[in-house]
Design a binder for this molecule. Structure first.
Ligand code: SAM
Length: 336
């Protein structure tokens, strides 16, 4: 991790960050050429975890259900960097079938995984009512995965993944999954996730992810915190990121503000849970999430007033649409 930090500090203009590495633009025979620079690493695969300790071996590759990481001993891992599914956002196996059926023709005799006619697996963690997988199936599965990540991580280890969703019920369930599996979010920087030409880059789609840096919750008890103080902290932290995005002239819309506020909610709420007091009583996730639309609404209003959205879209901002969007977020929180 330290080497990674030193490496990233080397990035200075005119170097360009892009997919797959860091590039330098050079001119050759009148043509501009992008050339990859920096470290490259050569993988030498181990057979299993014990073999990984042997000199010269530096990688272990395996495919399977992440609810079972029994091939890794407890407290043996420095960092888990993962990319879990996002509730009902993408139906991975349904999309994979398009390619799977063709690959299967050539691979079914060699690999057991290609035996079944479609890529669907009962253990796939997804929220898809059509295949009988509801939100509790999803949250139970992801909790099992994160509990395994917690088991294999060293006490000072980190688990990292990025997350976005435009519905508050998804953030509520994710908060519960993280706390139930023994994690808190120690920081949640906001990163641009979709490039201008990405699949999901149409206006109205989420363009930012909260990069969730999770650590193991400690049993030592923290002091009690007042919810109003924490709500103000969430608001201030969200304003900090909004200012950064606006001053760097990047695009921003209402759903991006949802991601920013909810990322800051996760960071602030999970760090202090269960010692959060509201009106003299301990506060749980559900009522805390209910307070977020007010902050989101207020910040959307402020951003709208500064005319930033108008300038970006070159069209009038539709405040009525925003209002109905937030009403429906609240309805969904109630429903779940
Ligand atoms: C957000 S995607 C990851 C995409 C990946 N980072 C990539 O660039 O191709 C989440 C993945 O988790 C997989 N998944 C779902 N349930 C799983 C499970 N129980 N064990 C392992 N992977 C699972 C899905 O099939 C999907 O491919």
């Amino acid at each position: 991790m330290r080497r990674g930090k030193v490496y990233s500090a080397k990035i200075t203009p005119p170097l360009l960050k892009g997919a797959g590495g860091i590039y330098e633009r050079t001119q050759r025979k009148g043509k501009s050429k992008k050339q990859a620079i920096g470290e490259s690493s050569q993988s030498v695969f181990a057979e299993d975890f014990a073999d990984l300790q042997n000199e010269g071996k530096n990688a272990l590759l395996t495919a399977g259900n992440s609810e079972d990481l029994s091939f890794l001993p407890s407290q043996s891992v420095d960092a888990v960097i993962t990319d879990p599914p996002y509730f009902d956002n993408v139906m991975y196996s349904e999309l994979a079938d398009f390619f799977y059926v063709w690959l299967r023709l050539a691979l079914k005799e060699r690999y057991e995984y290609f035996q079944s006619e479609l890529s669907y697996r009962p253990e796939e963690i997804v929220q898809n009512e059509k295949s009988g997988k509801d939100v509790s199936f999803f949250t139970e599965g992801l909790t099992n995965v994160f509990k395994e990540c917690h088991r294999v991580l060293k006490d000072e280890g980190l688990m990292l993944f990025t997350f976005h969703h435009n519905k508050l019920w998804a953030w509520e369930n994710l908060t519960k999954v993280l706390l139930d599996s023994g994690f808190y979010v120690s920081s949640a920087p906001i990163v641009r996730s979709e490039g201008k030409s990405g699949y999901h880059s149409q206006s109205g789609n989420v363009k930012y992810d909260a990069c969730l840096v999770c650590r193991k919750r400690q049993s030592t008890s923290l002091g009690f915190c007042d919810w109003n103080t924490l709500k103000n902290r969430i608001r201030q932290r969200a304003i900090h990121w909004l200012k950064r995005i606006i001053t760097s002239e990047m695009e921003l819309n209402e759903v991006d503000i949802v991601v920013i506020v909810m990322g800051k909610f996760l960071e602030t709420f999970t760090c202090n849970y269960p010692n959060i007091i509201c009106d003299g009583n301990p506060l749980d996730i559900h009522p805390a999430i209910h307070d977020m639309p007010r902050i989101i609404d207020e910040l959307v209003g402020e951003v709208t007033r500064t005319e930033v959205l108008k300038q970006e879209r070159k069209e009038p901002v539709q405040l009525n649409l925003l209002k109905s969007y937030f009403t429906s977020s609240l309805t969904l929180v109630n429903k779940e």
